[in-house]
Design a protein around this ligand. Structure first.
Ligand SMILES: *Cc1c(COP(=O)(O)O)cnc(C)c1O
Length: 230
């Protein structure tokens, strides 16, 4: 079995290669190491290999990890966020990638103001229009962005998606390009990309290279770094 450190080096090489292949600067893509179900000691191995950005799906699991691992790390929330966990999420995370409804944005904004801090966020888009998945439907995205524009402590900088599952990354490619086109259209309309460059969080262990070719600025990789989850 390869070590977490080796995996990180290898994934970063693949990120660089995919970026260069598509005429992009390797520095324009950041790796979010998805550490759901991964314990502190294995996360620490990743930190020792230079990985400082992590993604967590569950607020409760993240409390101990974030508290135990030191202030130099950044944490993105990438799971389904219940409104009653918004306060804790506002305290703990640097970015919430899964804002998909106005109620959640308003709750985060309120808690951030009370905490006297601000946060970047992404809006999760249900690119496959799958009924069981969270994320705002593509045709409701613009309306949501307009609605939450007034959130002064929660700055939306881009979009995130989890496309329908497929073993073949080429089948996922159209969903990645869809997210990019949605993002570009919103930049044109002045709803994104105003104070910070457009972020596109897309691509996981099985398809992050295709996502980079389609414009990903954040790739969320779990099992390829930490091994298969139980
Ligand atoms: C678990 C998870 C990932 C990572 O998936 P892998 O296939 O293990 O790389 C990425 N994004 C989200 C939202 C996840 O829940």
């Amino acid at each position: 079995m390869s070590s977490i450190g080796d995996n990180i080096v290898r994934i970063k090489e693949r990120i660089d290669t995919a970026a260069r292949r598509s005429g992009r600067d390797a520095g324009s893509v950041r790796l979010v190491a998805v550490s759901k179900t991964v314990g502190i000691s294995r996360i620490r191995e990743a930190v020792e290999a230079g990985q400082l950005l992590f993604g967590e799906n569950y607020v409760k699991d993240a409390v101990e990890k974030i508290g135990g691992l030191g202030p130099e790390l950044s944490w993105h929330f990438i799971g389904n966020l219940q409104t009653n966990k918004a306060r804790l999420a506002a305290e703990l995370f640097d970015v919430v990638e899964t804002v998909d409804r106005a109620k959640l944005a308003f709750a985060l904004n309120k808690h951030l103001m009370e905490l006297d801090r601000s946060m970047h966020a992404l809006v999760q888009v249900n690119v496959g229009a799958e009924s069981q998945k969270s994320g705002v439907m593509p045709d409701k995205l613009e309306e949501l962005l307009v609605e939450i524009k007034s959130c002064s402590a929660l700055q939306v900088t881009g979009l995130m998606a989890i496309p329908p599952f497929s073993d073949n990354p080429e089948e996922t490619r159209p969903y990645f390009s869809m997210l990019r086109e949605l993002g570009y259209a919103l930049v044109e309309k002045g709803l994104l990309g105003i104070n910070a460059p457009l972020e596109l969080s897309m691509g996981m262990s099985g398809d992050f290279e295709v996502a980079i070719e389609e414009g990903a600025t954040l790739v969320r990789v779990g099992s390829a770094l930490f091994g298969e989850r139980e």
